[in-house]
Design a protein around this ligand. Structure first.
Ligand SMILES: O=P(O)(O)OC[C@H]1O[C@](O)(CO)[C@@H](O)[C@@H]1O
Length: 424
């Protein structure tokens, strides 16, 4: 793992010396593999799934070439108009991509990918989601319904166990990320691995989606339970990640919080445009609820309740241009900050949100989580499967043990964590 020295996301000097940002130049760095292996695989899938013409295909190939060996080209005017951060933050334009931090480079790659397929240009492809064929394939997977059968077994479970099962389902739903699956078979620890074990601790939770995973690297579920069960219910804001399986599990958790009175209302923060392959947009929420509504059993009933909650304003969707930017959450704009600061709880889903939450830098993994999220408002929980190099808030012994037993533990999708910073 090799990281690079850089300024923070605003290009200003932060109050304390930051660790170097993760980069994409070094073939040993995770980001290099994303640009040199994952992105070509993604472009192949897009061209198989969408009837793009020669110009769109040529532009996609040129973007691959540019981002692997060229200099960063500024966005076209219509692209810049849709992405204020890219219009403002010009510091990397004209420089070799290899000098750009991973977080910035990957976010900018997805913006330019949309430009290549005419997403921002008036015409037939304007606004079309290039990832929709991949998202649809997951949503129509016949196994999706039976994958929610564990929910029926929760009836009558003690409230704390039911809560834990739903949190773990939402956490492990984050493994089902279509971008990640392009080149990576998600693995779980095998016999003999010192991290092997059952995170769930017994029925009915043990039959849920967390049952076959590794122990959580950080497990603040109990603290989270105390937070939601002992304080007056407030608004819960979810900074969503992937559509499909992950979103389905997130919606089940939100239905649980609403029906048990542990949330007054729920705000789903979706992406304003297609991003990082499977990130959820408003139409993905709609499609997921439609699919869920056809399920027999509790998941189908949850869809009905959520639609009702949407109709009465207790389930709302929100979006912000900020969510498709590479800016860290500590530097979020004032309007978003004001909304999240008032929340009873903010749930940050997934790997990319984690990178933006703690800073995508080579922090010592035992840096306290509270310290890393000091600039982020409100009470918060991160539910993350590890798919990139950054990690904080972990005991040094855990990190040493994992480094010895499983060198790719930070990026192979086998590990997960629940970390909180909760305020009374
Ligand atoms: O969907 P998630 O959990 O945010 O994961 C996205 C992650 O996938 C990658 O694009 C590739 O692993 C990471 O760079 C990124 O953080």
């Amino acid at each position: 793992m090799k990281a690079m020295t850089s300024t923070n996301a605003n290009g200003t000097a932060p109050a304390h010396a930051p660790a170097p940002a993760h980069g994409i130049a070094d073939p040993g760095a995770y980001g290099w593999g994303v640009f040199h292996e994952r992105h070509p695989a993604l472009v192949r899938r897009l061209c198989e799934g969408n009837p793009y013409g020669p110009e769109q295909r040529a532009r996609l190939d040129a973007l691959l070439d540019e981002s692997r060996a060229g200099r960063v080209r500024p966005p076209a005017p219509e692209t810049a108009a849709a992405a204020p951060w890219a219009a403002r933050d010009r510091r990397y334009f004209g420089r070799p991509w290899s000098e750009v931090p991973f977080l910035w480079a990957e976010s900018y790659f997805y913006l330019r990918l949309l430009e290549c397929v005419d997403h921002f240009s008036p015409g037939p492809w304007q606004g079309v989601d290039p990832f929709a064929p991949m998202k649809n394939a997951e949503l129509t997977d016949p196994a999706l319904e039976s994958d929610t059968a564990w929910l029926d077994g929760l009836a009558g479970a003690p409230p704390d166990e039911a809560f834990r099962a739903l949190v773990l389902a939402s956490l492990y739903g984050n493994r089902a990320d279509l971008g990640f699956q392009l080149v990576q078979a998600v693995t779980t620890p095998t016999d003999g691995d010192p991290t092997d074990g059952d995170p769930t601790g017994g029925d009915p939770v043990a039959d849920g989606p967390g049952a076959s995973g590794a122990p959580l690297l950080a497990d603040d579920v109990e603290a989270l339970w105390k937070h939601v069960s002992r304080r007056p219910p407030g608004d819960v804001h979810v900074i969503l990640d992937n559509a499909g399986r992950e979103l389905l599990a997130d919606l089940l958790l939100m239905d649980h919080l609403l029906t048990t009175g542990r949330a007054t209302s729920v705000v789903l923060h979706v992406k304003p445009r297609p991003y990082y392959v499977s990130d959820a947009t408003a139409s993905d929420v709609r499609d997921c609820l439609t699919r869920m509504a056809a399920f027999r059993g509790e998941a189908g009933r949850a869809a009905g309740r959520l639609r009702e909650a949407a109709a009465t304003g207790r389930l709302r969707q929100a979006t912000h241009a900020f969510f498709c930017s590479p800016v860290e959450f500590a530097d979020m704009p004032a309007d978003l900050r004001a909304g999240l600061a008032q929340a009873g709880l903010c749930v940050y889903k997934g790997d990319l949100n984690y990178r933006r939450l703690v800073g995508d830098r080579a922090w010592p993994a035992d840096r306290p989580f509270d310290d890393a999220v000091a600039g982020v408002p409100g009470s918060l929980v991160a539910l993350r499967t590890l798919k990139s190099e950054v990690a904080v808030g972990l005991p040094k012994e855990t990190v040493d043990r994992l480094d010895a037993a499983r060198p790719d533990w930070r990026t192979d999708g086998s590990q997960a964590l629940v970390q909180t910073r909760l305020r009374p």
